[in-house]
Design a protein around this ligand. Sequence first.
Ligand code: PLP
Length: 453
Amino acid sequence: TTGTALSAEELEAGRRAYQLDRRHVFHSWSAQELITPMVITRAEGSWVWDGEGNKLLDFSSQLVNTNIGHQHPKVVAAIQEQAGLLCTVAPQHVNAARSEAARLIAELTPGDLNRIFFTNGGAEAVEHAVRMARLHTGRYKVLSAYRSYHGGTALAVNITGDPRRVANDYGNAGTVHFHAPFLYRSQFHAENEAQECQRALEHLETTIQLEGADRFAAIVLESIPGTAGIMVPPPGYLQGVRELATKYGIVFIADEVMAGFGRSGKWFAIDHAEVVPDLLTFAKGVNSGYVPLGGVAISEEIFATFAKRVYPGGLTYSGHPLACAAAVATINAMREEQMVEHAASLGTDVFGPGLAELAAKHESVGEVRGVGAFWAVELVKNRATREPLAPYGSSSPEMNELIAACKSRGLLPFANFNRIHVVPPLNISVQDARTGLAILDEALTLADAHAED
Ligand code: PLP
C-alpha cells in the first residue's frame, strides 16, 4: 500500500478514533483539553499517514524508538509467528525468545555486561538498575545530571534533571544533581571542549566529596543525553566518569534507553568512548517499540551479588515472549541490513554537513550538534546572547509556528522546548533524509523572522 491514498473507510475510522480519543483517552504529560493530538492511521518505513490522509516523513521515530522504521516485515512476521506459538509466559519459566534475546543483547553490549534483566520500558529499567546498585553497594544516594531524562515513574522522574522532575517533586529520594558538559551553554565558563571536559569532571568530583564520598550507590548518566538536547560528551568525559565511579566505589549506570541500539552510529553510544559501565539500561530501539520492552545489562561483578542472595524485584511481563521475539528479529534485521553502519554514514555524509549548512544560513539556529541519526537543532532569538526561541521547560508561539510549518510541508519533527531533534529511523534512505532537511530549511525561514542579528 506504499504511497496509496487513504480510503474513505480509513479516513472515517480516523475521525471516529479522534472523537473517542478526546472523550476517553488520557494523554501523557498534557493538559487534556489544550491538546490537538495527531491521528496516525497507517505507517510504513520512515512515513506515516495522518487522519486527513496526508503523508508525513517521520523525523521523530515516534519517541525516538522506531529505529528500524515502521512495519518492518521481518519483525512483524516474527511477532505473528511468536503469537501463534506462545503469547505469554511467566517470568520464572524459561522461554526460547527470551533466552535468544538475552544472548544477542549480551553479545552486543560492551565488556562483561552478560546478564540481562528484562522490563517493559526505559523507566522500569532505570528503577531496577538503581535498586541493584543500592543493594550491591549498601549505599543510597544517586548522582544524575541536570539536563537529563530518565523516565516517568517515581524514582526515574526524581533522578531526571528536566522540569518534569520539579513538577513531580514530593521529597528527597537521595538524588544529587550535577552539571554534565554542554559547551554551548557552559556552566563552567569554558571556551573549548577540553576545558569543558576537565571542569565538568572537577565539578563532579567536588560534588561527590561535598555530598559524602562513601554515600553514593550510583551515578546515572545518559551516554549521550537525548531528550535534554543531544549533547555529545567531549572526548575523555565518559572515561573520567568511569574513573571517578571506580575511585569512589560508585556503580556507573549508563542510560542507553534513547542513545542505544544504533542511534548514534554505534550499537551503544558509550562505545564511542570505549568505556564499560557497571550497568546499562536499554529500551526503545531494542525492538523499535513494536512491543514494549526494556532492560538492564548487568556486569558479572554485580551479578555475583545476587548469585546466592535474592534480588527483591520483578515484573509479571519480564521477558515477555512477543517483545523478545520482536527484539531478536529487530537485532537480526539491523545486522543483516547494516543499519548501524548506515546511521553512522548518515551522520557524517548527510546530517552533519546538511545541518551545518542550515546553521550557517539561518539566523534562528544557534547550534547544531549530534552524531549518527541523533541530531539537535538549537533555536535562538539572538545568536550573540543565545536567548532560546522558547524558554526552558515550555513551548512558545514561535516554536509552535515552526512545528506547524514542518507538518504542513510533510515533515513530522521531534520538538523539545527550543529545539528540533533530527532523529529519523536509522534505515531512512539518503534521499528521504535530504527531503526532510529541505523541508526543515524552508520552515526555518519562518523562525528567522523572530531572530535578530
Ligand atoms: N531513559 C532515557 C534516556 C530516555 O530517553 C527515556 C525515554 O525517553 C527513558 C529513560 C524512559 O523510557 P520509557 O518512556 O520507556 O519508560
